[in-house]
Write a new protein. Structure first.
Length: 235
């Protein structure tokens, strides 16, 4: 039986630049943030969720653009394996999008937040225990490092916010990546400024942020952005 990548050394995983090492590093960061999220409320909870979002969405977008197509090429059951993860990614997108609309006193918030944590943990275990050990069997360390460089490059320019209607597969995710990344990352900067700015300036920043969000919504609803999805994740 294949060993989880959680139980292997850096050398066993292909070296420091291996895609498996890079993935595990992000998963460790996510686990730390989920522990930090536990028991938070109000503004503190929002701040931790924001950090989780920025980590998770760029990470997953790069997986869908780089890793899952590679897995479908090298594994005979790659289609089934990646579709399972895509379903989890889709649910995360939908849960975070809903949480952004719910007030802190909304009775649905705790349930949605609990489910988000549950799905994120399921996703990590499916990847580390099932998917990545299978990929490891098919690729040598040199190939794992090359894939790691590609994944890291795409991750650095990927969207940082939920986009439930964007395809989880090429060509839709590839076509929408650049405009959504520019809009998301611009909005990240605006929101960070708003948090530090005097209260009198906050409303203007919030207007700009909402405008960027509206533009992103237009991009993700265009037909090209939705091309390539399978029925279980298509919206």
């Amino acid at each position: 039986m294949s060993r989880s990548i959680a139980d292997q050394s850096v050398e066993e995983l292909g070296g420091p630049g291996s895609v498996l090492v890079r993935q595990r590093h992000d998963h460790v960061q996510l686990d730390r943030l989920l522990h930090e999220l536990d028991g938070t409320t109000g503004r503190e909870q929002e701040e931790v969720l924001t950090r989780i979002d920025r980590l998770v969405f760029s990470h997953a977008f790069a997986e869908e653009s780089v890793l899952w197509p590679a897995i479908r090429r090298v594994l005979p059951d790659g289609e089934e394996l990646t579709l399972r993860i895509e379903r989890e990614h889709q649910e995360v997108n939908e849960l975070v999008s809903e949480l952004e609309t719910l007030g802190h006193d909304d009775p649905r918030r705790a349930q949605r937040l609990s489910r988000l944590v549950e799905v994120l943990c399921e996703d990590v275990r499916d990847e580390e225990d099932v998917l990545f050990p299978r990929l490891q069997e098919r690729l040598d360390p040199h190939e794992l490092r090359a894939l790691g460089r590609r994944w890291e490059l795409v991750r650095r320019i990927s969207p940082t916010r939920p986009h439930p209607t964007v395809s989880r597969r090429p060509p839709g995710n590839a076509l929408s990546a650049l405009p959504l990344s520019v809009l998301d990352r611009s909005r990240d900067v605006v929101d960070a400024v708003v948090r530090r700015a005097p209260a009198a300036l906050a409303p203007a920043g919030e207007v700009v942020s909402r405008g960027l969000a509206g533009l992103a919504g237009l991009v993700e609803r265009t037909p090209p952005a939705r091309r390539g999805d399978r029925p279980p994740t298509a919206r």
